[in-house]
Design a protein around this ligand. Structure first.
Ligand SMILES: Nc1nc2c(c(=O)[nH]1)N[C@H]1C(S)=C(S)[C@@H](COP(=O)(O)OP(=O)(O)OC[C@H]3O[C@@H](n4cnc5c(=O)[nH]c(N)nc54)[C@H](O)[C@@H]3O)O[C@H]1N2
Ligand SMILES: Nc1nc2c(c(=O)[nH]1)N[C@H]1C(S)=C(S)[C@@H](COP(=O)(O)OP(=O)(O)OC[C@H]3O[C@@H](n4cnc5c(=O)[nH]c(N)nc54)[C@H](O)[C@@H]3O)O[C@H]1N2
Ligand code: SF4
Ligand SMILES: [Mo]
Length: 722
């Protein structure tokens, strides 16, 4: 028996876990790690099921090759050769743009995903790069890019010190927080209230988070920009601002907000004018306050406008880059993604719909167009890494049909599921506990400066390949190096490239040194570990992998401190309060003031024992409260004459769904969770709890114009008895 320390890789809370492993290598218990200075022993039911998730007998162990309808296991050598042949045939005949790549949600949590994303995309040289960003947080990248000049400068609400927290479109008691790493978010909100602070939640549902709040504002879906414009209007007309950072565009902002007084927006948002006025005054008067918005303000039609206004309110009220407001984490690994250049977008445009490139990628909402529309640059092959877009993308069923028409598809995924069933080759990564873990990205948005590394809990078997090795091979294949090259040598090339670049940047700790000499000082058992050691040594705390290994429960690096000055990258040297593309969007919002509101709007919901599309094959995580039901307010049930089942219809599709009556959802709004709609007998537990695919209703043709982001919330629907 031994104890292993492990960061849970499933959601954004990155809880520290403590596992008991028996002599046979089986994990016999999973507990929260009380010595972790950030999570302090907290874990949720998903973390508690980590051993079951890892040991799911339906996970693929060996590469799979499909011949017609038949799947068979293959050796790694054969599988990589098949990938090389399949991808090369497409690239040689149709060019590089004909191969698309998608990086799914779990790639944000794996070391391999972080290390290999750039090398793989760059070696592929295709314009068809996609990721979960455009079905999630792309609006935040664009708004911070336009306002601060840095698309990665995400402000984090300082929830442990704030006196007033306004939450819009997030349900951290269930999601455990997102783009705000704060394990035991619920406990932290309790502490906020215990110290006399106030919590206000704006959400069309009375969620668990709304239920513990001092005030719940039932807001109509998609209308947060109106609410926020009214708050800005109040702050500016009542002279309630205390701006503490250099800003440009204040007069333009004033003009933009002028038409959106609380009295004008109240019939749109459903929030009384007096309430909006009061919330604005409270935000301004509180000793410290933070506005925090997530998915419900992001995957909507004016998602970028909402993100911009959230930060604008934080700036106007003097709660930006200061304790108790929103702040910026100083992470331990050198921030290689900060380019040092002012944010720009649109280096190229997507072929069919002409949507601009942002951060080197184009929107998932147009992937089906790119596959289906003939012509030069048509996508004919896909590399799918950790994504199940048939269930996760807007109008997933259209992608289901599009994927079936591809010439070739390779998936890196542990399951044969609704998306990977279209692959010609599936390359399964090993179990979660067989990889070392370091959260490069999550650690940049923590509510305290903190760091933790977990070595692999279990070794790889001879016939397994690490995810890093799989991604390295794919990179080598698209580079034209063939399927048989040596991975260790390739890792060295990537690390060498990093060191070469870093020795040439004057501000780094290794400026002017010989990269070969620096490399000789690095340690680590795998490519990603050596890569991490390099970034830690280059980082602001001068840490190293060896040092982190001495602290298996993690290290607290102190409370957040002001650091915005070093992040601001705009050409003006000021925060842009009225960026031109967003001012245009405000014009569209104004036109819509007069529009007839839809009768019923669909929103989603997350569930505690689920994580997007992929935990439903674990018996301890399905059933019970995780039901794929349509939540409907009793008034709508009566008005529409609904019984146990209903037919829900949108511009994109139609579903038959079980109806759940609940007054936790506001009238005029219905909610269906995403990630369900399982169809594959290779995942029998998930199939037995199939549910329906909410993304059969979401419409890929409606996007957030400023960012190309998908719209999952506020979808107009009709519902009738089945
Ligand atoms: N248990 C669990 N945890 C997860 C996940 C999961 O699937 N399950 N997924 C992970 C991922 S990928 C992410 S990105 C994060 C997301 O983290 P959160 O953003 O906290 O996720 P949700 O629980 O979907 O919360 C969104 C809330 O927005 C509300 N909402 C919908 N439309 C609107 C609107 O127009 N305005 C406002 N104000 N509210 C609206 C919804 O009712 C919902 O309560 O969660 C992560 N954590
Ligand atoms: N209607 C609606 N749709 C949504 C959302 C919504 O709120 N409403 N939320 C959106 C959001 S925020 C997100 S982030 C996306 C997520 O959408 P996706 O990027 O598709 O991610 P998941 O649905 O989590 O699917 C993860 C896939 O990765 C596989 N996987 C799990 N672990 C690993 C691993 O370690 N390595 C590899 N290679 N594969 C692994 C799983 O088997 C699964 O196939 O969904 C979006 N879709
Ligand atoms: S909240 Fe749950 S799923 Fe998320 S990191 Fe913690 S234990 Fe894992
Ligand atoms: Mo997400």
């Amino acid at each position: 028996m031994r104890t292993a320390h492990r960061t849970c890789p499933i959601c954004d809370a990155i809880c520290g876990l403590r596992l008991t492993v028996d002599d046979g290598g089986q994990v016999t218990s999973v507990k929260g790690d009380r010595d972790d200075p950030l999570s302090k022993g907290y874990l949720c039911p998903k973390g508690a099921s980590l051993a079951n998730i890892d040991a799911d007998p339906d996970r693929l162990r060996m590469p799979m090759i499909r011949e017609g309808e038949q799947w068979r296991e293959a050796s790694w050598e054969e599988a990589f050769r098949a990938v090389d042949t399949g991808l090369r045939a497409v690239m040689d005949t149709h060019g590089r743009d004909a191969v698309g790549v998608y990086f799914g949600n779990p790639t944000y949590h794996t070391m391999a995903g972080f290390m290999y994303r750039q090398p793989l995309s760059q070696s592929l040289g295709s314009r068809n790069v996609y990721s979960a960003a455009t079905i999630d947080q792309m609006p935040k990248h664009v708004s911070t890019g336009l306002m601060f000049g840095d698309a990665m400068a995400f402000p984090v609400p300082d929830i442990d010190r704030t006196d007033y927290l306004l939450v819009l479109g997030a349900n951290p008691l269930v999601s455990n927080g997102s783009l705000c790493v704060a394990p035991d978010f619920g406990g932290r909100l309790k502490a906020l209230k215990a110290r006399g602070g106030k919590l206000v939640v704006a959400d069309p549902r009375r969620t668990r988070t709304a239920a513990v709040a001092d005030e719940h504002l039932a807001i109509r879906p998609g209308t947060d920009p109106y609410f926020l414009l009214s708050i800005v209007h109040t702050l500016l007309t009542e002279d309630l601002t205390t701006i503490e950072v250099p800003v440009a565009g204040l007069d333009e902002l004033r003009a933009l907000a002028a038409d959106f007084s609380p009295a004008v927006t109240e019939s749109i948002t459903g929030i009384a004018s007096a309430t909006t006025h009061r919330v604005a005054r409270e935000l301004a008067a509180a000793p410290s306050a933070a506005v925090y918005g997530r998915i419900g303000t992001s995957t909507v039609e004016f998602g970028t406008v909402a993100q911009w206004l959230i930060d604008t309110v934080n700036i106007l009220t003097g709660n930006f880059d200061s304790p108790g407001g929103v702040m910026f984490t100083r992470t331990a690994a050198f921030e290689i993604f900060r380019t040092g250049q002012t944010f720009a977008m649109g280096s190229w445009h997507s072929r069919v719909r002409g949507l601009p490139e942002i951060l080197g990628e184009v929107p998932v909402a147009t992937l089906a167009d790119e596959i289906e529309t003939p012509g030069e640059g048509q996508v004919r092959a896909m590399i799918m890494i950790a994504g199940n877009l048939v269930l996760s993308a807007p109008n997933g069923p259209r992608l289901d049909r599009a994927f079936a028409d591809l010439d070739f598809m390779v998936c890196v995924d542990p399951y044969l599921n609704e998306t990977t069933k279209h692959a010609n080759v599936i390359l399964p990564p090993p179990g979660i506990l067989q990889a070392p873990h370091y959260d490069f990205l999550e650690l940049t948005v923590v509510v305290r400066n903190y760091v933790r590394f977990s070595p692999a809990v279990k070794p790889l078997a001879d016939d397994q390949r690490s995810e890093a090795e799989i991604l390295a091979k794919l990179t080598m294949i698209v580079s034209g190096m063939g399927p048989d090259g040596e991975v260790a040598g390739f890792d060295e090339m990537v690390i060498g490239g990093l060191l070469e670049a870093m020795t040439q940047i004057p501000i780094t700790t290794i400026a002017g040194r010989d990269p070969v000499e620096v490399r000789a000082e690095l340690t680590g058992d795998t490519g990603p570990e050596i890569f991490l050691d390099a970034l830690l040594k280059l980082g602001p705390y001068g840490l190293s992998l060896a040092e982190l290994k001495k602290h298996p429960s993690g290290l607290d690096l102190g409370e957040l401190k002001p650091r915005f000055g070093e992040l601001l990258m705009t050409a003006s040297g000021k925060v842009e309060l009225a960026p031109e593309p967003l001012a245009e969007e405000v014009g569209r919002l104004k036109e819509r003031l007069a529009a007839e509101p839809a009768d019923l709007l669909l929103i989603g919901r997350r569930q505690l024992r689920s994580n997007n599309s992929w935990l439903h094959n674990v018996p301890t995580l399905v059933g019970g409260s995780n039901q794929c039901t349509l939540q409907v307010n009793p008034a709508d049930i009566e008005r529409l004459g609904l019984g146990e089942r209903a037919i829900i219809k949108s511009a994109a599709g139609e579903l038959v769904v079980p109806v759940e009556a609940t007054d936790t959802i506001m009238a005029g709004v219905v909610s269906l969770p995403h990630g369900w709609g399982h169809t594959e007998k290779s995942m029998p537990v998930a199939l037995a709890h199939a549910g329906v695919n909410a993304n059969a209703l979401t419409n890929e043709m409606v996007i957030d114009r400023a960012s190309g982001n998908a719209v999952f919330s506020g979808v107009p629907v009709t519902v009738r008895p089945a």
